[in-house]
Design a protein around this ligand. Structure first.
Ligand SMILES: Nc1ncnc2c1ncn2[C@@H]1O[C@H](COP(=O)(O)OP(=O)(O)OP(=O)(O)O)[C@@H](O)[C@H]1O
Ligand SMILES: [Mg+2]
Length: 542
């Protein structure tokens, strides 16, 4: 909620405004300030000289009814009689705004947590509709109505008379101000990293984080890790349907993606120098066969750029309740905008495709959600915001993606690794589990030869290593495979496999459950020769 928009809406006599938020008290000082400005302008322009310049906020909830609140201390005055019930409250507003004496008094009627009203009594919605119609067509005075707090979905008869406004997360300046007062430091002494880490927190949460930093007063930066962890925890509570991944510390190895790394380096430079005003530029789309390392690249990027990842998934956003999805989507966009530099991972976008194209069965929901994503990405791009969209897709379905979606990405294709890369992938993954030196070239050669005419990918290597490890465990209760285990695992990929054909014409190899277990591969490592270079076993007769 931007102050100017709020002012404009007061001036435009919107029948009512609504702000959905868990922390309505945060609104009070802002509304009071903006309304105060509006009100003094209003009385200056009105001919009536009797007017006072005092404006009040009358805050309503079902517990106490309307009472005046001090926007800063939150101190409450005596409740207005007979307003604890909603109908009494509406009547009070009506009497106030129709009373000539009151006409020139500045008052904002704030109605908190209206979501629960409409559900409890349909007559409430009718009474409120009546009031708003009056505001809309006949009322010229300065009083204004706001629905705040948990507003939920408004009843249809009032929805079109209420202007919904967003409750923003505290921005950099607000966070700095908060830290200044909590840490009792000058603005220039507030570490930028601390401010960045606190983006995306609600006001209450930011206050809590500032107090946390306050406990490390001599070195507030040492609270950073705590704050980031807390932030992810808190974002989870705001949008429990979205997965957040903290910065990846231990990225998976990735071989043969030099082009991508180059691109990522440029991205990193751009994000680290916002003052140069260069946009990180749209998104990154990775195409490739299954298992070529597309998802791993997101982890790699997170590690390299030191950015957290928000995992974006249509399935998670489409709530089980009708009408929930768009609200969820809004929360995602809000949270992402506030979180500061972040990677938004849209993994396996082709699998989310049915919903993206908008099936008749979802009432066009998919189309509407895509309709929210496209302008969001455009805004991020136009405003140079450090949100890095990384989408991944298998090759097969790429043509079905809506072109306007695709055109927002810089597209890369990841090829299957060649022999040399396969050898490096073996080495990279094996070195994570073992100190031993393996003949990776021999493994790569064997893999290529045994891949059933398919091009092997990184995932095959990982799976072979896993199978080999399992062999080592079963054979001799060790978790480090030797060459023999690895070669056997490779051979196991082909021997005794039956070829099946998938509906799309692809070949699938499956092992009949009756097949006998494979003999150990021909190469046996002798104790005296721990670094085998015994050459390739010949599997061709199997
Ligand atoms: N180029 C590579 N270098 C090192 N490891 C790789 C490479 N490609 C894939 N891998 C490994 O293979 C496994 C699968 O990779 P990943 O999940 O990233 O593939 P993907 O392309 O996302 O597959 P899918 O399309 O099925 O989602 C991971 O364990 C990863 O470490
Ligand atoms: Mg993947």
């Amino acid at each position: 909620m931007n102050e100017k928009t709020l002012f404009d809406n007061f001036a435009a006599r919107s029948a009512a405004l609504s702000v959905e938020t868990d922390e309505p008290e945060v609104l009070l000082p802002v509304v009071s300030e903006v309304y105060g400005r509006f009100f003094s302008l209003w009385i200056r322009q009105s001919m009536d000289k009797k007017t006072s310049e005092n404006s009040t906020i009358l805050y309503w909830d079902g517990l106490k009814g309307f009472r005046p609140v001090d926007p800063h201390s939150l101190e409450e005055g005596t409740p207005v009689e007979n307003t604890a019930g909603f109908q009494g409250a509406v009547q009070h507003i009506q009497e106030t705004i129709q009373n000539e004496d009151y006409e020139t008094q500045g008052v904002v009627f704030m109605i908190a947590h209206s979501k629960f009203l409409w559900a409890s009594n349909p007559a409430y919605a009718l009474a409120f509709e009546d009031l708003l119609k009056y505001m809309n067509y006949f009322y010229q005075g300065p009083a204004r109505i706001m629905l705040v707090g948990v507003t939920g979905e408004l009843p249809p008869m009032v929805a079109n008379m209420v202007t919904a406004m967003d409750m923003p997360y505290p921005d950099g300046d607000a966070i700095r101000g908060l830290l200044c007062s909590t840490l009792d430091k000058a603005p220039k002494d507030i570490p930028v990293a601390l401010i960045d880490a606190m983006r995306g927190l609600s006001h209450r949460q930011a206050a809590e984080a500032a107090r946390l930093a306050g406990t490390h007063r001599s070195d507030p930066l040492s609270a950073l890790d705590d704050i980031i962890a807390k932030k992810i925890e808190m974002l989870r509570s705001v949008a429990p349907f979205v997965k957040f991944m903290p910065v990846v510390n231990d990225p998976p190895p990735l071989i043969g993606i030099e082009g991508l790394i180059n691109y990522a380096k440029r991205l990193k430079a751009v994000v680290e120098h916002p003052e140069l005003g260069v946009s990180p530029g749209g998104g990154l789309m990775l195409l490739g066969e299954p298992g070529t390392g597309k998802s791993s690249f997101v982890k790699y990027l997170s590690h390299m750029m030191k950015l957290p990842v928000m995992v974006f998934s249509f399935a998670d956003i489409m709530g089980s309740l009708v009408g929930e999805s768009e609200g969820r989507m809004k929360k995602v966009i809000q949270a992402t905008d506030a979180i500061g530099p972040v990677i938004v991972q849209m993994d396996e976008i082709e699998k989310q495709l049915p919903s993206m194209k908008g099936q008749a069965s979802d009432g066009g929901l998919g189309t509407r959600l895509v309709g929210m994503i496209l302008p969001w990405m455009q805004d991020v791009f136009d405003e140079n915001r450090p949100v890095i969209f990384v989408a991944t897709s298998n090759m097969t379905a790429i043509h079905n993606l809506p072109p306007e979606f695709l055109s927002r990405f810089m597209t890369f294709v990841i090829d299957e690794p060649d022999e040399q890369d396969l050898a490096s992938i073996f080495t990279a993954h094996l070195s994570r589990i073992s100190q031993e030196v393996y003949d990776a070239e021999a493994l790569a050669k064997a893999l290529l030869k045994n891949a059933n005419g398919r091009k092997p990918v990184g995932r095959d290597v990982v799976q072979i290593i896993r199978t080999a490890q399992a062999n080592a465990v079963a054979d001799r209760q060790e978790n480090v495979p030797d060459m023999d285990d690895l070669l056997t695992a490779i051979q196991d990929m082909r021997v005794g496999m039956r070829e099946l054909e998938a509906p799309d014409g692809r070949k699938i190899f499956a092992k009949p459950v009756k097949a006998k277990p494979l003999q150990r591969a021909a190469v046996k490592r002798s104790q005296s020769n721990p670094l085998p270079n015994a050459g390739l076993p010949d599997f061709s007769n199997n």
